[in-house]
Structure formats: structure tokens, C-alpha cells
Design a protein around this ligand. Structure first.
Ligand code: C2E
Ligand code: MG
Ligand code: MG
Length: 573
């Protein structure tokens, strides 16, 4: 630092800027060596992590100490010029004044190409230091700047400059409490598929979108004399008086952002959830939660922007809470029952069944999976139910083993969440070993969503399970978004087509063409085909003619308790 200070007494010289292009490690090293003779400091920083990059002799790059260490030992800089350079891809200049010195900083955005061919955005910083000056006065000023900066940083998000989550909650509480006569509205915003922006266009584009979103929301909140905060990631919140709330204003913001950030391969979409605060005493986090609940009802919908929290949503939330609250006890009390829906071949013979869960409440009523599976998935509980159901199925197979039902297979459902939360391979192999059941009789129904959530991981698990001898079925084929690209990547034993997705097509000839093509495609890829949702004799006939060999649907039987299934099987023999 002393050395830097001495040389920095001269007036800083602005050097020709480095071009905003791609450089190898070697080129950057040479450039830095040259510049270190002319500047007090020449270094490369990664403004995402705020760290200095270190270049080893062998070309390896590693992250070193924080770049802000030279002028402020503890915190990130407010309005960092290098982060701005990286975001805008433009050369930036700035003077930081700190502890009796002026730091004249040039930030040059470049791409650093690593030995493995990958490249990432960094900034070459060239710094000259001027000082010391009038130590006493400057120290006081520096102290002021330091404490002001620290205070600001404690309450604001360093990227977007709006309030951070804690400060937003705290100030919102003050605002609704101090102005009780004002009715307020809580708005939350969330960018759809935000992670994709980072993946497709890079972190800086992602950051830029966040900064732009925040500034539009802040402008709105300031005009209404309200508050704006970033709750984390791509989640924003705004608190304004109800009489200042206009849905069109949100539509306008969303439209502007979509216009700026959409491209051929990506449609930018921001959703807003709105909660008209009717009870200002509930925690601010609950107010945000209510706005978010409204937002979640449209989060997959590109055509909608704003959703309002209302009574029916409140009922739904209460129901979800009841499901979550009573789940563990219900599992312990074995209230979840395995129902079996027969799967039959072309001759009407039962060769297996799908296990479908039913929640039998202590009062005798039955709750259908559609009313609780999604809630359990959202609450991170679904894997417990799935493991329980897999065990019911394996236990049933062990009961049938050695009897006339010994060749019957049972298909079990798997949720996308199972793949992240448990070691699916370990659990399933453990179960078949424990009960001494042949794994080919336990069929695994996996949906496209399950495979798309974490494709690399889940595809690996699925192929290991197949190698081990499990029979893998792709469930609900055609209802997802990228069915064909999925078929390219996954090897499965059976494709289950749900008739349901064809109901939406009014043109029967078109439905027939689609079905026939999918059946042929599966055959060409070496997969069996089962059509589920078969309800009429006519559908059965038509599907058989097209070459489908297995069926499931109300035409044969609804899902029924195990004893009823066994009776049906015995009667059909
Ligand atoms: P799925 O796996 O596609 O199961 C087929 C659903 O279609 C079942 O609904 C079944 O009753 C219904 N179905 C069968 N035949 C017909 C028919 O001819 N017409 C019509 N309209 N519907 C028919 P269910 O039992 O209500 O289950 C709904 C979904 O819940 C299942 O869809 C599955 O995704 C999920 N699910 C059920 N049990 C479990 C489970 O134990 N774990 C997990 N993760 N999900 C489960
Ligand atoms: Mg299924
Ligand atoms: Mg299905």
C-alpha cells in the first residue's frame, strides 16, 4: 500500500483500454506484467464473487482474496464500477476515496479463455492511488463514508439497491403500524424460469434483468410513497397504499421487461401476486406468502401477469396446511391404502396392476391423490409416501410369490422430487432384496417432468435401475413439453400413453393419427406401449388395430382395493 501511495502521488495516466474481447491466460498474464510497471496495481477480478484471480505458472487460474480489500477491508463496494463494466460490457472509470487516499480505477471488461476452452467474464482493473492528503479531515470523512456505507449495505441489496429482505420486512411493519388508517397492498413479483436466463445468456445478463426489474418496481413504489425490496434471488416485493394500486401499472412493467429481454429462444415473463392486506397484524412474511400463493396459481402461465389473493385461495391454503399437518400421523397409522388398477393384454387377461394411493381418513372418507400429492411434493414430504407405497407393492409381490399370482407385476409411481431427496436406487434395490422379490416385477412409472427436473442425475439413476433388472415405464407420455427430445435421451421398457391428452383434440381423425404415430414410434424404439384411460369398447378396438398391446382404464376396472383385485383376477382366469 505504501509503495502504491508513493507512486500514486503523480497524476494518474489513463492507458489505452483493453479491447472487450477474449484473451488467453497467457495473454492476460503478459498484459498484467506490462501494466504493473505503469500502474500501482494491475489485476483481474471476478465481480460476481468480488475476488482477485491468481494465475499460476502452469496456466491454472484460482480465486484469491476479495478485491475490495485494498480500500475497505470488510465489505463489497457500493456501485462497483467493475460489476457495471461487466454488466454493460463497457469500459468504466471511477475514483474511490478511502482513508486519505484516492483510488483511480479503470475497469476493462474482457472474456478470459481457460485452457479447457471455456470462457468467462472478468474485469481487468488498473488502479492508481493518490495520497496521503490532509489526514485528519480525510480520516473523519472516510469514517463517515465508511459508516454510511455500512448502514446502507446493511439495509440494501448490493446488486439492485432496493431494500433487502430483512429491511423490507422491518420497514413494512413500521409503515402499516404507523399509518393504520391507510389500507395497504402487498405485491410480490417473480421472474419465470429465471435460472434459464443465467444459463442461456450468462450471469451478467441475469443480473442486468434483476437490476432493471428492481428499478421499475422501485419507481412504482416511490411514486406511491411505498417500499420496494428484493426478498432473494428473483423475488421482489412492493408495499403500497391500496388507493395507489393499479393493475395496469404492473402489466406495463411486465410488458416493458418482456420487450427488452425476450428473444427467439426465450420468452421473458414476470408474474405478480397481489394481496390486499385485510389484516395488518399478521407478520409481513405471511402477507408476502399470501401474495406469493396468488402468484403461484399463474406461475406456469405465459399469458397471465397478475393474480389476486382471495377467499378460495385462503381455503386452499388451509386445506394444504391440514394435509401437511396430518401427514406424518396418517403415515404412522397406515391411513394410506394401496389400490390396484388392472393392466390387461389384448385378450383381456390381467398381467399386472398400477398401484395408486388412496388416503382413507379415520371418519371413513377417502381422499384422492389429486388432492394431496402436489401439496406433499411442495412440502418435501412426497418421498416418504412414495417409499411407503413402494414397500406396500413389494410386500404384495412377496405375498403373491410362489402362488398363481406369482407372475403379476405391480407398477409404482415416482415423483420428480424423489430423485433429489433420496437415493432412489438404494431404496428400491434394498426393498426387493429385503422381501426377496424379483425386480422385473416391480415396474417403475416415471413422468417426463421427473426426468426433466434434473436430467443428468435422473437419467443415470434410471439406466442403473434398468441394468439391475427393473422395468421402467414412461408415464403420461405426451402430456409434458418435450416428449420427443426425452425419447432421444432415455431408454425405457414401456411407454404409457394417457388417452386424456387426446380428449382436448376435437378432430377425431387427428387424434387417431397422433396415436398411431406414437405407437409406431415406440415400437421402432423397442418399447412396449400401454394406453391408459381406456373407457369404451370402441377405443379398445381402435387401439388394438393400431398395434397397442396393453391397456388400463375404467373400461376394465377402476382402481380397487387389493382383495377386490385378487378376486377379479381369480374370476377372469
Ligand atoms: P397416473 O399415474 O397417470 O394414474 C392414472 C390415473 O388415471 C389414476 O388417477 C386413475 O384412477 C386414473 N384413471 C385410470 N383409468 C381411467 C379412465 O379410464 N378414465 C379416467 N378419466 N381416469 C382414469 P388417480 O388414482 O386419481 O391418480 C392420479 C395421479 O396421482 C396419478 O396419475 C399419479 O400421477 C399420482 N399418484 C397416485 N398415486 C401415487 C403415489 O403413490 N405416488 C405418487 N408420487 N403419485 C401418485
Ligand atoms: Mg402412473
Ligand atoms: Mg399415467
Amino acid at each position: 500500500m505504501d509503495d502504491m501511495g508513493r507512486r500514486g502521488q503523480e497524476t494518474p495516466v489513463v492507458q489505452p483500454q483493453m479491447k472487450n474481447a477474449e484473451y488467453s491466460v497467457e495473454e492476460i498474464r503478459t498484459f498484467l506484467q506490462e501494466m504493473s510497471g505503469r500502474y500501482d496495481l494491475a489485476r483481474v477480478v471476478d465481480p460476481v464473487e468480488c475476488r482477485i484471480l491468481e494465475f499460476a505458472e502452469d496456466g491454472k487460474v484460482s480465486m484469491n482474496e476479495h478485491c475490495y480489500g485494498i480500500w475497505n477491508a470488510k465489505q463489497k463496494c457500493i456501485n462497483c464500477s467493475s460489476a457495471l463494466a461487466c454488466r454493460t460490457k463497457l469500459h468504466q472509470e471511477k475514483t474511490e476515496h478511502f482513508q486519505d487516499r484516492d483510488y483511480f480505477i479503470q475497469s476493462n471488461p474482457v472474456k478470459l479463455k481457460l485452457q479447457d476452452g471455456s470462457a468467462f467474464d472478468v474485469v481487468v482493473e488498473l488502479v492508481n492511488v493518490k495520497g496521503p492528503g490532509n489526514a485528519g479531515a480525510n480520516d473523519r470523512e472516510a469514517e463517515n463514508i465508511g459508516s454510511r456505507a455500512a448502514r446502507y449495505l446493511a439495509h440494501h441489496d448490493s446488486l439492485t439497491n432496493v431494500l433487502n429482505a430483512d429491511a423490507f420486512y422491518e420497514r413494512s411493519r413500521d409503515m402499516v403500524t404507523n399509518r393504520p388508517e391507510t389500507p395497504w397492498v402487498m405485491i410480490t413479483g417473480n421472474i419465470m424460469n429465471f435460472r434459464l436466463i443465467n444459463t442461456l445468456f450468462g450471469v451478467f445478463k441475469g443480473n442486468e434483468a434483476l437490476v432493471r426489474t428492481a428499478s421499475l418496481l422501485r419507481e412504482m413504489s416511490e411514486q406511491a410513497r411505498g417500499l420496494c425490496g428484493r426478498l432473494g434471488g428473483d423475488q421482489f416485493a412492493v408495499l403500497i397504499p391500496q388507493n395507489e394500486y393499479h393493475e395496469q401499472a404492473l402489466q406495463k412493467i411486465a410488458g416493458k421487461l418482456t420487450e427488452i429481454y425476450s428473444s427467439g429462444m426465450f420468452t421473458f415473463c414476470i408474474h405478480f401476486g397481489v394481496y390486499m392486506i385485510d389484516n395488518p397484524r399478521i407478520p409481513v412474511s405471511v402477507m408476502c406468502g399470501r401474495a406469493n400463493s396468488a402468484l403461484r396459481t399463474i406461475r406456469e402461465d405465459l399469458t397471465r401477469t397478475v393474480a389476486h389473493f382471495d377467499d378460495s385461495l385462503l381455503q386452499k391454503i388451509l386445506l394444504e396446511q391440514a394435509v401437511i399437518g396430518s401427514f406424518e400421523e396418517a403415515l404412522r397409522d397406515r391411513q394410506f391404502k394401496m389400490y390396484l388398477q388392472p393392466q390387461v393384454d389384448r385378450d383381456g387377461r390381467i398381467f399386472g396392476a398400477e398401484a395408486l394411493v388412496r388416503w382413507q381418513k379415520p371418519d371413513g372418507s377417502i381422499m384422492m391423490p389429486g388432492d394431496f400429492i402436489e401439496t406433499l411434493e411442495g412440502a418435501g414430504l412426497i418421498q416418504k409416501l412414495d417409499i411407503y407405497m413402494w414397500e406396500c407393492a413389494v410386500r404384495q409381490l412377496s405375498v403373491w410369490k410362489g402362488t398363481e399370482k406369482g407372475q403379476l407385476a405391480i407398477s409404482v409411481n415416482m415423483s420428480a422430487k424423489d430423485f433429489y431427496s433420496i437415493d432412489v436406487y438404494e431404496v428400491l434395490t434394498g426393498l426387493v432384496e429385503q422381501y426377496g422379490v424379483e425386480c422385473s416385477l416391480l415396474r417403475l412409472e416415471i413422468t417426463e417432468t421427473a426426468l426433466l427436473a434434473e436430467p443428468e442425475k435422473s437419467l443415470k439413476v434410471v439406466s442403473r435401475l434398468r441394468e439391475r433388472g427393473f422395468f421402467v415405464e414412461i408415464d403420461d407420455f405426451g402430456s409434458g413439453y418435450s416428449s420427443l427430445s426425452l425419447l432421444k435421451n432415455i431408454k425405457a421398457d414401456m411407454l404409457k400413453i394417457d388417452m386424456g391428452f387426446l380428449h382436448e383434440i376435437s378432430d377425431r381423425e387427428r387424434s387417431r393419427i397422433i396415436l398411431r404415430s406414437v405407437i409406431n414410434l415406440a415400437g421402432d424404439l423397442g418399447m412396449e406401449v400401454l394406453t391408459e384411460g381406456v373407457e369404451t369398447e370402441q377405443q379398445l378396438q381402435c387401439l388394438s388395430d393400431m398395434g397397442c398391446g396393453s391397456f388400463q382404464g375404467y373400461y376394465f376396472s377402476r382402481p380397487i382395493p387389493v382383495e377386490a383385485f385378487e378376486a377379479k383376477y381369480a374370476a377372469g382366469k
